[in-house]
Design a protein around this ligand. Structure first.
Ligand SMILES: C[S@@+](CC[C@H](N)C(=O)[O-])C[C@H]1O[C@@H](n2cnc3c(N)ncnc32)[C@H](O)[C@@H]1O
Length: 285
């Protein structure tokens, strides 16, 4: 039994996340379905897994999306290869391409999105007088929520197809701009122009492409004094201590103050959370 299914049965991982993890690790839909059937217990967790297995074609669709996009969380890739991967993924399933644990379901994705927005608001990392950069914005699922709660939102992504989908979904918001970036820097953004840089499941790809340190320097440049960089998931497959060590190194090198280091703040999603704040004495404007 894979760790993800065992973790789900032990109550440590939701059924959605467990299924997404197994498929991402390359397990086939058929094998996964058979293993879950074999692991039958009377627990609520097993019944949740079983219900997902019974949804017609669900596991196969996700397996197809992973294969069609060649989704791969291992090994170095340059930003152009990451862009090509997400161009392919969004064409198969927009929702699954940004959050496989949504299992391609808009309602599941909306629930997870609302939880992120509520957390940002309650911690006051998001306020109405803020200019926000959504770095690696994907289909714009967060932008559609942020637009009504911030002064302006810039969505930047290396995938042109992601930005095309975000443009469709965010039509009508006059305080939103969407940009295709090079993936190497934040050249489109002026010094000290943002109050919040939000990076939801995008930093792992910067790490994978070897451009994360460059982006940390760029984020220090584009944030206003006291601005914050919120990272939800810093790297995939790393022990939490390694993620914390990297965030701590960015703080030392680029003078961020750590406000949150690796906690998992959500119920619907097991992301690690990092909040790095630019000190008020640091001004690039
Ligand atoms: C897993 S998706 C998450 C999308 C969005 N943040 C969300 O949570 O819905 C990761 C996104 O990061 C983008 N991305 C990866 N590397 C990037 C880079 N170097 N610059 C900008 N965007 C990048 C991908 O194109 C993709 O849209």
């Amino acid at each position: 039994m894979s760790d993800a299914i065992a973790a789900c049965l032990a109550g440590a991982l939701s059924a959605d996340l467990a299924i997404a993890r197994c498929l991402l690790q390359g397990e086939s839909a058929a094998t996964l379905r058979a293993r879950i059937a074999q692991a039958r217990t009377d627990s609520a967790a097993w019944h949740a897994l079983d219900r997902l297995c019974a949804e017609a074609g669900l596991l196969e669709r996700l397996q197809h999306m992973i294969a069609a996009a060649s989704v791969d969380h291992a090994g170095p890739r340059d930003p152009a290869a990451v862009a090509a991967m997400f161009d392919r993924a969004v064409a198969v399933s927009p929702e699954a391409s940004v959050a496989l644990y949504s299992l391609g379901d808009p309602d599941r994705l909306a629930t997870a999105t609302q939880e992120v927005i509520a957390w940002l608001r309650s911690a006051r990392w998001l306020r109405p007088d803020m200019d926000v950069l959504d770095l690696g914005c994907g289909i714009g699922r967060l932008i559609a929520e942020l637009a009504s709660q911030a002064r302006s939102v810039t969505g930047l992504d290396v995938s042109a197809r992601m930005i095309a989908e975000a443009t469709r979904r965010c039509a009508g918001w006059t305080n939103v701009r969407l940009l295709v970036g090079s993936g190497h820097d934040l050249a489109e953004l002026a010094n000290a122009s943002q109050d919040l840089v939000l990076a939801v499941d995008s930093v792992p790809y910067l790490v994978q492409a070897g451009v994360a340190d460059l982006h940390a320097a760029e984020i220090a440049r584009v944030l206003r004094p006291n601005g914050v960089w919120v990272i939800l998931n810093l790297a995939y497959g790393w022990p939490r201590e390694a993620e914390i060590a990297t965030a701590t190194a960015w703080c030392e090198r680029f003078h961020f103050v750590p406000r949150l280091l690796g906690d998992a703040p959500f119920r619907h999603w097991d992301a690690s959370g990092f909040v790095l704040q630019k000190p008020d004495w640091m001004d690039f404007s």
